[in-house]
Design a protein around this ligand. Structure first.
Ligand code: PMP
Length: 498
């Protein structure tokens, strides 16, 4: 009876019938304390599904067995067409950084919309200049020249050009299991068959072995820069013990590619790396690896490119940029997603020396640095400073990781919990010994149940075996508690049937 009463209370806030989708026995008080959502006025659910099938790309997949129709957002909350409220633990794929419809960002955009939408850069307008200076101020070293574009793929395309023009070399290295975009150029950098078509891409791009200390050949969970480890795992310091061995062995593999795949004279244009792999499933490298890989790339005449599309803007908690956690400074940094809190905005930042070679031809981008994007970008940076979102990522992210890691000890199907700040992965397996990825049916059961219980999380990894949590950086500890309770309940339901 007591349990039924609790289920009823969840049903009340979520607006769904007790017999339908609500399965959770846990409730987040914030979800119950509901403001009234805006009335949904779009096409009805089934019509929307038909339009999607008939008029949108058939290759565009949706999450969950029954796709969500979302029409309103506020900070860490989303509402669907039926008025059901969700805690958004994925931020529109790591993009909503400071919160859905953050009032300060909205206000800045409204103000700009009423003044000026668009000029292109054939004229000067104040916003892009103010923003470039502000963003450059967030960069370490000599990373001072900012190029504004509209998406992460565009940013990585441009970074490839820069690397090739500056070095005069052609070959580029990236990791297997990396995701750097889906433009014809970046599809070559991306190393996931899931995201590749059967067309020629990737001329001169070579993929080095992914230094994944959980699923890879060397290292273990104690070798990476993560504030938690499962029980019994020994943490090793950078350059010591298993961590040093893992770095050396993975660097030997890097060298194999240099030896066999690069042209005589062994030259590269550049090496691309995410600080923590995003789409690949929040994969972290052994401590010290990136330092060595960057040093070797520079010996080979190449530049080092950090893809901070997911890890930038304080998401990893300790630093504003993920690469700072590896003790390196890249030559080129690409950023998107969190930079605009959902507005189409991206950037490449590099040194004046590298930027100078981009002067060989005119470089033009119609929308890059558009006044509206600039206004949004400035206010996002302001909010990050004022609301200390990076610090919140560290505090709440570490709290969440500490709770999640206990699931590894409790459930056979939870293989690994990793990440930093609010960039978290939970790798699901058939069993801990084999590390065989958990089958798709069970993954979907868990995923659907978390959604039905009011929490939206992401999924990634080459086999779709990793749950990902990368929420707006305004979530609090109560949201973290609720998330873990909901996820645990869903995992428990699947684990107990085995
Ligand atoms: N780099 C990384 C690390 C990404 O995660 C993504 C997008 N998932 C991209 C680049 C490409 O960004 P976009 O989809 O904006 O082109």
């Amino acid at each position: 009876m007591q349990k039924l009463a609790r289920v009823r209370s969840v049903a009340a806030w979520s607006g769904c019938s007790i017999t339908s989708r609500c399965q959770s026995t846990v409730a987040n008080p914030a979800l119950r304390n509901d403001e009234h959502p805006v009335k949904y006025e779009g096409p009805d659910y089934n019509t929307t599904k038909v339009i999607r099938k008939e008029n949108l790309s058939p290759a565009m997949s949706t999450y969950y067995s029954e796709p969500l129709l979302i029409h309103q957002g506020k900070m860490q909350w989303l509402w669907d067409h039926s008025g059901k409220k969700y805690l958004d633990m994925f931020g529109g794929i790591v993009t909503v950084s400071v919160g859905h419809c953050h009032p300060k960002v909205n206000q800045a955009l409204h103000k700009q919309i009423d003044k000026l939408w668009h000029t292109t850069n054939i004229y000067m307008h104040p916003t892009v200049h103010e923003y470039a200076a502000k963003l450059a101020d967030k960069m370490p070293g000599n990373l001072k020249n900012v190029y504004f574009v509209n998406s992460g793929s565009e940013a990585n395309d441009l970074a490839m050009y820069m690397a090739r023009l500056y070095t005069g070399n052609h070959d580029i290295l990236s990791f297997r299991n990396a995701y750097h975009g889906m433009s014809p150029y970046t599809m070559g950098l991306t190393a996931h068959s899931t995201w590749k078509f059967n067309v020629p891409t990737g001329m001169g791009i070579h993929h080095v072995m992914n230094p994944d200390v959980y699923r890879g050949l060397w290292g273990h969970q104690g070798c990476r820069d993560c504030p938690v480890v499962p029980k019994g795992v020994q943490v090793c310091a950078e350059s010591e013990g298993d961590c040093a061995t893992a770095v050396d062995n993975y660097m030997d593999q890097f060298e194999e590619v240099v030896r066999y795949s690069l042209p005589k004279g062994k030259s590269v244009a550049g090496f691309f790396a995410e600080s923590i792999q995003g789409v690949g499933g929040s994969v972290q490298y052994p401590k010290g690896y990136l330092k060595k890989a960057f040093a070797r790339t520079r010996e080979l005449g190449g530049v080092c490119i950090s893809d901070e599309v997911q890890t930038g803007f304080g998401r990893t908690g300790e630093h504003f940029w993920g690469f700072q956690g590896h003790g390196v400074i890249p030559d080129i940094v690409t950023m998107a997603k969190g930079i605009g809190n959902g507005f189409p905005l991206a950037a490449v930042v590099t040194t004046p020396e590298i930027a100078a070679t981009m002067g060989q031809a005119l470089h033009f981008n119609t929308f890059g640095g558009n006044p509206m994007a600039g206004a949004v970008g400035i206010s996002v940076l302001d909010v990050m400073d004022e609301e200390k979102t990076m610090e919140n990522s560290k505090v709440v992210g570490t709290y969440l990781l500490e709770k999640l890691v206990t699931l590894v000890d409790k459930y056979e199907i939870v293989g690994d919990v990793r990440g930093k700040g609010l960039m978290i992965g939970i790798e699901m397996v058939e069993d801990k010994a084999s590390k065989k990825p958990l089958n798709g049916v069970d993954m979907m059961k868990i995923w659907d149940q978390t959604k039905d219980s009011g929490v939206l999380i992401g999924k990634g990894g080459h086999f779709g075996q990793v749950f990902r949590m990368k929420p707006p950086m305004c979530i609090n500890k109560q949201d973290a508690d609720f998330t873990v309770q909901v996820l645990e309940e869903a995992i428990h339901a699947v684990n107990k049937t085995r």
